[in-house]
Structures are given as structure tokens and as C-alpha cells.
Design a protein around this ligand. Structure first.
Ligand code: C5J
Length: 233
């Protein structure tokens, strides 16, 4: 049994393949000036802090040929998948679909919707466009996870209390064992990030576990799933 030292207690890695890395919305819209995060009045530079750790997690997963899923939040150019409540929410100068310095805000295929170049997906890694905050809402994420027999998700990305937390709750309700990587998720609001970590692991891990990336790297060194040992059940 290989355990990741985590809160509220150790997180057990699966004995078979079944572990995936989920990277939520590390797109220019949220991390660079001129995108959606900026239009909402946030200091987008805060989110850059997690990029080096995410690169290390990506390397560790790629080196072991483990599945990686990315999401991007975005809408169709005709906005047919954007409910009026989302379109009209807030009182910012710019709204979803308006033209800004990285193209139309939060629209699929626009430059602002791209994953930041430091974390660019490689061929074979799956990018899931999502119209909502949760990655299971109106996407094929669940069927892809089932197809690959994924049971355990290491969850990362931005922003901790919005898309990351929503996705983690959706995954938890669907039976996935989720661990949120503490230093691979970030928010525009440090207090919200801290509160989210605490909410997730409260009440015996009511939504899941949290752990720093260092603990994951340590455990991965020891982890040899049955398939990797050539054992099929
Ligand atoms: C937000 C996200 N914050 N990816 N999206 O609107 O968290």
C-alpha cells in the first residue's frame, strides 16, 4: 500500500492504474492581463505562483505515462451555451464575448482561452472545454474517466474556491477519491484559498484530501501499480 501523507489522514494510492492529474483552467483568461479574471477586477499575477509546481507535477506524470486531463472554461462563439445569468452577472466594463487584448473574453478558440504556454498540453493529453465552473457540467469528463478506469484524481489549477472546488465537489459526489494539491492551486483571494482547503478536508475529508506536492512526489517514487508490474486482475 502506498500512502500520500495528507490531511485529514493519509491518502491511499490505487493498487491498479486509476490515478489521473486534473489541471483546471490554467488558461490565459485567468492568468494574464486582458482576460476574464482581469475584467472582473482581479490581480491576475497572483496565480502565476503555482506554475513551477504544476510543471513538476506534469513532468512526474508524463515520466510515468499517467493520464493528464486539462480543462478550459469557455463558451461557443455564438454564446448559445452561456446562460444569461452568467453573461449579465457583475458590473465590469467587459463581459463574456466582448473583444479585449487577447480576443473575445472567455470564448473557445480565442487566444485568451489557450492554456498558458508553460503548461501546454502534449499530444495525447486531453483538454476538456467546459461552459460552467464545474468540469462535469455539460462535458464528457465523466465518460472519459470511466473509459480510462480512473478512480483517483489529483486536482490542481485555478481558482481554488470557484472552478477547482466546484469540480472537486462534483467528482466527490460521483465517487472519485480526490486530493487537492495545496501548492498547485491558487486564488485571487488568499483567504478564500485557505478556507477552501479547510472546507475540503473538514469533517473527516467530506470532499476529499489535501497535501503539498512534495508529499505526492515522495509517494510516486514508491508507487508501482499492478499494471506496471505486469499483473492483470
Ligand atoms: C472563475 C475559474 N473564477 N476557473 N473561473 O470564474 O475559477
Amino acid at each position: 500500500m502506498v500512502l500520500i501523507s495528507a490531511l485529514p489522514y493519509d491518502y491511499e494510492l490505487p493498487t491498479s492504474d486509476g490515478l489521473a492529474l486534473l489541471i483546471i483552467d490554467m488558461q490565459r483568461d485567468f492568468l494574464e492581463p486582458g482576460g476574464f479574471g482581469d475584467a472582473l477586477g482581479n490581480d491576475v499575477s497572483r496565480l502565476q505562483a503555482i506554475v513551477p509546481i504544476l510543471r513538476e507535477l506534469l513532468s512526474a506524470f508524463r515520466a510515468r505515462n499517467l493520464p493528464i486531463f486539462y480543462t478550459v472554461e469557455g463558451h461557443k462563439p455564438d454564446l448559445s451555451d452561456c446562460p444569461p445569468s452568467k453573461l449579465h452577472r457583475g458590473q465590469g466594463k467587459l463581459r463574456i464575448g466582448d473583444v479585449a487584448s487577447m480576443g473575445r473574453i472567455l470564448i473557445l478558440g480565442e487566444p485568451g482561452n489557450e492554456i498558458i504556454p508553460e503548461l501546454s498540453p502534449l499530444p495525447g493529453e486531453t483538454v476538456i472545454p467546459k461552459p460552467g465552473k464545474g468540469a462535469f457540467y455539460h462535458t464528457n469528463l465523466e465518460s472519459l474517466l470511466r473509459e480510462k478506469k480512473i478512480t483517483h484524481l489529483l486536482v490542481t489549477g485555478v481558482t481554488t474556491e470557484v472552478c477547482v472546488q466546484t469540480t472537486m465537489r462534483e467528482a466527490n459526489d460521483r465517487g472519485y477519491e480526490c486530493l487537492l494539491v495545496e501548492d498547485a492551486t491558487e486564488s485571487y483571494f488568499p483567504d478564500f484559498q485557505q478556507s477552501t482547503l479547510e472546507m475540503i478536508r473538514a469533517q473527516g475529508g467530506i470532499v476529499g484530501w489535501t497535501a503539498p506536492a512534495a508529499n505526492i512526489f515522495q509517494a510516486l517514487e514508491k508507487w508501482k501499480p499492478r499494471e506496471k508490474l505486469g499483473i492483470r486482475s
